[in-house]
Design a protein around this ligand. Sequence first.
Ligand SMILES: [Zn+2]
Length: 149
Amino acid sequence: MDTAPILTAETIVWQPDRAPKPVAWPVPEMLTAMRRGFMCTCPACGQTKLFKGYLRVVPVCDTCTAPLGEYRADDAPPYFTIFAVGHIVVPLMFLLNRSIDLPDMVQGAIWVPITAALALGLLRPIKGATVGLMLRLGMTKAGQEPGTE
Ligand SMILES: [Zn+2]
């Protein structure tokens, strides 16, 4: 009668493959990739535009073939934008409110357009920086290697 091999803790330890996967496009340092993305250029090469339209990321960089469309920032850029705009606008609102007593309608007429302009102005660069960060970290769609469709 055969007996099954005895499994010990040593035989079932899983070792993930942590070796970096080689890719066909340049992967710059994190701050370089984020800066290039913030400037709305390709985070990998910095040569071509990152966006086609206001927020749509180009599928592939024409210069370096980085698959930029696979780096889906999803809700992170709006979150970071709201975080940044809130930390700019709210202290300024408190400062103005402490120094001058303005009616609420005037406060609204001042801060609503400033908040909207800051949010719309910062959303695109922050999304670019987020895509740059994701490119550097290799964060593509779940379970997919970058560059494979
Ligand atoms: Zn590129």
